[in-house]
Design a protein around this ligand. Structure first.
Ligand code: OSB
Ligand code: MG
Length: 374
């Protein structure tokens, strides 16, 4: 199918409550929504780069530049057969995985629609068992004004039906928080995410949480580091998970060779898209790693594609794919609801992403839009 046009939309959405991490507090979610047109079909993608370069060096503005000046021109007029062609077309652009992932999602969506398959079915074609129908999910809890308030927030999410809690930590907001959470909710799977806020000298902090039966500690050290994580891992009992450090399957191979982690948080957006994410899934399965799908406060457009990835057989740990209402009162696409009896979300089965984009809502949150043709 010939790629005829790409529409790029810069949106800004209010969050239902501020989201605090070791790199800052977010009140608003800026993102880019990409629509790729070919042969009467539309494939949707979301670029999760936001207004500041806290998690990644990319922002919504750098992604707009890279997409409009380099990535979109590299695909316009191309004959798209299978989504696995895309990384080759984009290979002249170094880095910028979040920008690339928006196009990658759209080409998976549109080719799945063409084939009469759901995104999940298309992605799961190499696996005889096919995609899972429901995927296990948890909720990511940002930093709060106090530990007592955090316990209330956790209790609220547990009441909503979430079965796994992730707490954001940073120096000074870690051991007491984790201890209180473990003792208030003794049977709940709890994990911590540091977003690179510590160094190897802080090993004692993590050792002091060895007996809290944590599901894992996510990305304690540097956002580009793999080596120091390999030094920390044998010093602590909690399973170690990498997020920021893994941008490619090559990074995953290095982490495996250095035994730097037990688990990888596979964010399809952080690794340039679904083709690369599936490679990391396969490497993780082959090497006995724990795997789960991470999130970036996606709208329903991105959440649908996260669900498709999480339906692959190796993703056995709960993903950061909370329901629509966790972040947005009024989303731009068909809402997702939590199945409260087992903390899962049902993977869409319609063609492609299997969602309806609410064009009126999209328009209402749009700051800027541009169409690109050859
Ligand atoms: O580190 O996993 C992270 C959100 C923004 C940036 C980084 C992270 C996160 C989350 C949110 O933890 C997960 C979600 O989408 O619910
Ligand atoms: Mg993380």
């Amino acid at each position: 199918m010939k790629i005829e046009r790409v529409d790029l939309t810069y949106i800004s959405m209010p969050l239902v409550s501020p989201f605090g991490t070791s790199f800052g507090v977010q009140q608003q979610r800026d993102a880019l929504i990409l629509a790729l047109h070919a042969e009467g079909l539309t494939g949707w993608g979301e670029c999760v780069a936001t207004n500041d370069p806290g998690y990644s060096y990319e922002t919504a503005v750098t992604a707009w530049h890279i997409l409009s000046d380099f990535l979109i021109p590299a695909v316009l007029g191309k004959e798209l057969d299978e989504p696995e062609q895309l990384p080759g077309w984009l290979s002249k652009v170094r880095g910028h995985p979040l920008a690339k992932a928006a196009l990658d999602q759209a080409v998976w969506d549109i080719t799945a629609q063409r084939d009469g398959l759901s995104f999940a079915q298309k992605l799961a074609q190499p696996y005889p068992e096919g995609p899972r129908e429901r995927v296990k999910v948890g909720v990511s809890v940002g930093t709060q004004p106090s530990i007592a308030q955090t316990m209330d927030v956790i209790a609220g999410y547990l009441a909503d039906g979430y079965g796994r809690i992730k707490l954001k930590i940073k120096p000074g907001w870690d051991v007491k928080l984790a201890w209180q959470a473990r003792h208030t909710f003794p049977d709940v799977p709890i994990m911590l995410d540091a977003n690179s806020a510590y160094t190897l000298d802080d090993a004692v902090i993590f050792q002091s949480m060895d007996d809290l039966n944590l599901l894992m500690i996510e990305q304690p050290l540097g956002y580009e580091d793999i080596y120091d994580h390999s030094k920390l891992r044998p010093q602590i009992k909690s399973p170690l998970c990498l997020d920021e450090s893994i941008h490619t399957a090559d990074h995953a191979r290095l982490a495996i060779a250095l035994q730097a982690c037990d688990i990888i948080n596979v964010k399809p957006t952080r690794v340039s898209g679904w083709t690369e994410a599936r490679k990391i899934h396969d490497l993780g399965v082959a090497n006995g790693l724990g795997l789960w799908v991470g999130g970036m406060l996606e709208t329903g457009v991105g959440r649908a594609a996260q669900l498709a990835l999480a339906s692959l057989p190796g993703f056995t740990l709960p993903g950061d794919i909370s329901a629509t209402s966790r972040y947005y009162e009024h989303d731009i696409a068909t809402p997702f609801f939590l199945n409260t009896e087992d903390s899962t979300i049902t993977v869409p089965t319609g063609p492609g992403l299997g969602i309806e984009v609410d064009m009126d809502r999209l328009k209402a949150v749009t700051l800027r839009q541009e169409s690109f043709t050859k």
